[in-house]
Design a protein around this ligand. Structure first.
Ligand code: AMP
Length: 403
């Protein structure tokens, strides 16, 4: 790495999409952001915004056959703004990798052995790790000389004590198949819990925080002194909160029942619980904006879906309050957490005895900035902190290559 190399390209490769951001770590500035979607289809789309030049958003439609073609198209867009992947200012590429298993608890420089290990984790992350691997291989082919860093979604949760990470099932069976709770959204929980401590003007080591990451996927975590001690997602992202399309917690016997009584296959049940459940399954919509609109019109199904969503959320706030013993802040983040004031209000309603309250005026304010929404008298801070997983990945990547 040259002394002037301060840029990091962050890649988040999904099965049919690649999201990317180019950041300059000298000042944390975003130089370009973009997205390629519907890879492998006829109507793929690349949306690129060259923030560094202040240029207009550029959209290109047309077939993009695979990840390699997608990444080459991204490289061409970046080159057009003088930000190409061949730039000596590029220090590293940071890859979001969903599952790091037990082995990867820190950001890791990717070599052949690391890539093999990420491949070995495919059975526990069949939807995510293969796409991440494709993204890594493609980026390596484009810049074989550049450090490629993997930042794992599971890593922040690796500090969970064994009693929180283990399921109460036969130990030999669990260990033989790596069945345990790993947790996800870790990059977001790490960033938001740290940022909340800063908002309170305190050292992360001194504060206990409950983080509620409420996006289309949703998870809660209990963070004690900067370390995760429990989180709601488990072996896969299916466990825990009610999500846009996932059921969250469910009696596991529901799956046997559906197999035996409804004759459904494992894949069909997997699809039902991951893609057709949650808010979508309950009321036909998974977008909280639409659900609120329907509630305002008196729609009872939407109202029940909302109540089920809030009930689960409240149970996790209570559970993590008990796990932490003392709570300094409850913080809302991600699409729903950052934008849906009624969700925040309902989630802490009735929890005054726990020192939790929301100020209606502060809660109604729309802002992209981290902010407190609890009244001054409240014992526990309630906050909204916009998440920034890309910045966190870039920071972790840059810290590793500039060390
Ligand atoms: P994410 O996965 O973090 O991108 O969050 C996406 C979800 O955020 C969407 O499915 C919506 O349910 C929710 N969302 C986004 N904007 C708003 C808003 N203004 N009000 C309520 N919910 C929102």
């Amino acid at each position: 790495m040259t002394a002037t190399a301060t840029r990091v390209l962050v890649l988040n490769s999904g099965s049919s999409s690649v999201k990317y951001q180019l950041l300059d770590m000298a000042d944390g500035r975003r130089l370009a952001v973009g997205l390629v979607e519907r890879i492998g289809e006829e109507n793929s789309r690349l949306v690129h915004t060259p923030l560094a030049t202040g240029g207009e958003k550029r959209e290109t439609e047309g077939a993009i056959a695979d990840h390699e073609t997608a990444l080459k198209a991204v490289a061409a867009e970046l080159s057009a703004d003088g930000l190409g992947l061949d730039s000596p200012q590029l220090a590293a590429i940071g890859h979001r990798v969903v599952h790091g298993g037990l082995r990867f608890t820190e950001p890791t420089v990717i070599d052949d052995a690391v890539l093999k290990e990420i491949e070995r984790l495919v059975p526990v992350a069949p939807l995510h790790n293969p796409a991440n691997i494709t993204g890594i291989r493609t980026a390596q082919a484009l810049r074989p000389d550049l450090p490629q860093i993997a930042v794992f979604d599971t890593a922040f949760h690796s500090t969970m004590p064994e009693y929180a990470a283990r399921y109460a099932i036969d130990v030999e069976t669990a260990d033989a198949h790596r069945v345990r709770r790993y947790g996800f959204h870790g990059t977001s929980h790490a960033y938001v819990s740290r940022r909340t401590a800063a908002l309170l003007g305190q050292d992360p080591a001194e504060v206990n925080v409950i983080v509620l990451h409420l996006g289309n996927g949703a998870s809660a975590s209990a963070v004690a002194g900067g370390r995760c001690v429990d989180t709601s997602m488990g072996l896969t992202p299916l466990e825990g909160l009610v999500m846009g399309t996932r059921s969250g917690d469910i009696d596991p016997a529901v799956t046997f029942h559906l197999k035996r009584v409804a004759g459904m296959s494992a894949d069909e049940i997997d699809e039902l619980l991951n893609k057709k459940s949650g808010l979508l399954g309950l009321c036909g919509d998974n977008d909280m904006r639409e659900i609120r609109r329907r509630i305002d019109e008196g729609d009872e199904r939407a109202a029940l879906a909302f109540d089920i969503y809030i009930h689960r959320l409240k149970k996790y706030i209570g559970a993590y309050y008990a796990v932490l013993g003392r709570v300094d802040a409850v913080v809302f983040t991600a699409g729903v957490g950052e934008n849906a004031a009624p969700v925040r209000e309902a989630a802490v309603a009735g929890l005054e005895e726990l020192g939790l309250a929301v100020d209606a005026g502060l809660n109604a304010v729309r802002s992209d900035e981290p902010r407190l929404i609890s009244p001054e008298y409240a014992r526990v801070a309630v906050a909204v902190v916009p998440t920034d997983e890309e910045l966190e990945i870039a920071q972790q990547t840059y810290a590793l290559v500039s060390a």
